[in-house]
Write a protein that binds this ligand. Structure first.
Ligand code: FAD
Length: 554
């Protein structure tokens, strides 16, 4: 880690650096570390501010409702429609696609559930496809190719868990570097219910320290992970892990408050650098030999489409027409359950137990879809804002409702979303953001199987909570998806340049010195908790891109 006295490297925009990495989140931080450790000069462009541990607040209203650290619908607006023939409109007070707009990206404010994909995830196309209305295809890489990088994530970034505890886990080459976090009440009850049904609950793998790891302390059990930055640095976010390590090379500058609005291209069809706004909205151009976009599954396609040139009239790297398409979330269904005694779920990491018995898609169910369950709860403010119909919002009944918070937990199911060509991120024809940059338009409609699977999950959730002894169970409603935080698949990888945007090394098929690596690279959605996969892909891509640079193949 850089010490307080260490001078942070600063490059002039006119200097030609080896790599620009756009985005400093889960993937961008790792890419920066791998490329700078390999001896390259690197500038990381991050549109959001850099926050230190003491800058984060425990303010649910600000962080959950007022876009305190996320993309803000007032300044970074998006439009939404469920049907490509409709006109997309803004959604009052929120953006459909949400991510953290700070150094560290969404790795700084996520819940930190870390699931590996299983072997089946990479080959579902050939095992289960085709599925009408969907593009379920195999990945161009296998679990075996990614396994060393899953392990690298666990040991380099810091993940707690118990290897071998789930009989459904894919094979692994090494155990977790830290034991699991302490179990919470929700985890104990969920485990009890699961075991009664013959299921196999196990300690949740989490990107949160359970003991001192690489100089960072263990979790302080404050209870505010999802949506919040970790002020004790126990959450293994890029901002506390790989970014300081990249900077410690002396070759990496992390340039915050720098919003890239276009990738520069020359006549020969090569990327030359990036056009960006600084914090005063002044335009600059940073030169580079190569560009790696790690801006997430929503912003990466937006940037490529906004970077069209006469040579690339449909957007950069878009000869296939697939940039922005196959947007996936993780559809799921679950239940809320009330217990007789207080659970005190307001403290501790969000999740401590998981069940993966239903991970695989099973043709006997009559639809495609699989997933995992975990035991969790929301924050008290969210509870206070989610008053059920028929409950007064004042007086003794309201007080009773507020106080009941402490007796409830959620059995949350996380599942699959099928890739569909019409689900996409593109550019709104009219709307612009606060910088005058054309804004993103989101088109999304669940596949019928996604909905069937989510409803099926609700039934399984009811059974688990019933077996756990719940005194009241509220089945979650399975509505149409109108947004998400797992932003996946919009620049999918593949061997065929007609049907994918990047190759298996994350190089765009169309532009030799342009690489993309983030949630947009994913080919299928997995079952939720995509970030360990996104990080494993970044370690793997970083390895290959550094090799290409050494061999002069960029
Ligand atoms: C509340 C919440 C909880 C979550 N919980 C979990 C969980 O428990 N487990 C899990 O696996 N996943 C979780 N996720 C999802 C997870 O955070 C993301 O999958 C992951 O961070 C995506 O990594 P990424 O590198 O693709 O993008 P990000 O981490 O989003 O990083 C992208 C970065 O690029 C920057 N950027 C974008 N465009 C530009 C531009 N034009 N110029 C400069 N900078 C730019 C952004 O500001 C951002 O910092 C959660 C997400 C949210 C919002």
């Amino acid at each position: 880690m850089p010490t307080k006295t260490m001078q942070r490297k600063i490059y002039k925009p006119s200097e030609i650096v080896d790599f620009i990495v756009i985005g400093s989140g889960a993937s961008g931080g790792i890419m920066a570390r791998e490329l700078s450790r390999a001896g390259n000069s690197v500038v990381v462009m991050e549109q959001g501010p850099r926050m230190g541990p003491g800058d984060f607040e425990h303010d649910e209203l600000k962080y959950r409702n007022l876009s305190g650290i996320t993309n803000n619908p007032n300044t970074n607006p998006q439009t939404f429609r469920s049907d490509p023939n409709q006109k997309a409109t803004r959604v009052a007070g929120r953006n459909p696609l949400t991510y953290a707009r700070i150094v560290g990206g969404s790795s700084a404010h996520f819940n930190a559930n870390f699931w590996r994909l299983h072997e089946i995830d990479f080959i579902e196309g050939s095992k289960l496809g085709p599925i009408e209305g969907a593009s379920l295809v195999d990945w161009p890489i296998t679990y075996a190719e990614l396994e060393p990088y899953y392990t690298k994530v666990e040991w380099e970034v810091g993940v707690s868990g118990l290897a071998g505890a789930s009989p459904f886990d894919p094979w692994r080459s090494k155990p977790y570097p830290m034991p699991p976090l302490p179990v919470k009440s929700s985890g104990v009850l969920f485990e009890r219910g699961g075991r009664k049904l013959g299921l196999h609950p196990y300690p949740a793998p989490m990107a949160i320290n359970s003991q001192v790891y690489k100089g960072r302390p263990p979790c302080a059990q404050c209870g505010l992970c999802g949506g919040f930055g970790c002020e004790v640095m126990a959450k293994s976010s890029s901002v506390w892990t790989v970014i300081p390590e990249a900077e410690a090379t002396g070759r990496c500058e992390v340039r915050s408050d720098s919003y890239v609005f276009r990738i520069g291209m020359d006549q020969a069809g090569r990327a030359t650098g990036v056009h960006f706004f600084d914090n005063k909205k002044v335009e600059h151009f940073q030169k580079a030999r190569a560009v790696v976009v790690c801006a997430n599954g929503s912003e990466t396609p937006k940037l490529l489409l906004n970077s069209a040139t006469p040579q690339f009239a449909n957007g950069l790297a878009n000869s296939s027409g697939k940039v922005g398409r196959y947007l996936m979330f993780n559809k799921g269904g679950g239940v809320a359950a009330r217990f007789e005694n207080p659970l005190n779920e307001y403290k501790g990491a969000n999740v401590t137990r998981v069940i993966h018995d239903f991970y695989d898609s099973d043709p006997k169910r009559g639809f495609y879809g699989g997933g995992g369950f975990d035991a969790r709860s929301g924050g008290p403010l969210t509870w206070g804002q989610s008053v059920p119909d028929g409950t007064p919002t004042w007086g003794p009944k309201f007080k009773e409702y507020l106080e009941s918070y402490n007796y409830w937990m959620t059995c949350a199911g996380h599942g699959t979303s099928l890739a569909q060509e019409t689900n996409r991120v593109d550019i709104d024809p009219e709307l612009k953001d606060a910088w005058g940059v054309p804004a993103m338009r989101v088109t999304y409609k669940d596949h019928a199987d996604d909905i069937k699977h989510a409803k099926w999950m609700v039934e399984r959730g009811k059974e688990i909570m019933d077996a756990a002894g719940a005194v009241q169970i509220d089945p979650g409603e399975v509505g149409a998806a109108n947004g998400g935080v797992h932003l996946l698949g919009t620049c999918r990888m593949g061997n065929n340049s007609d049907t994918s945007v990047i190759d298996k090394y994350h190089r765009t098929h169309d532009v030799k010195n342009l690489f993309l690596c983030d949630g947009s690279s994913m080919v299928t959605s997995g079952r939720g908790q995509p970030t360990q996969t996104i990080e494993a892909l970044a370690f793997r891509a970083g390895d290959h891109i550094a090799k290409f640079a050494r061999r002069g193949e960029i």
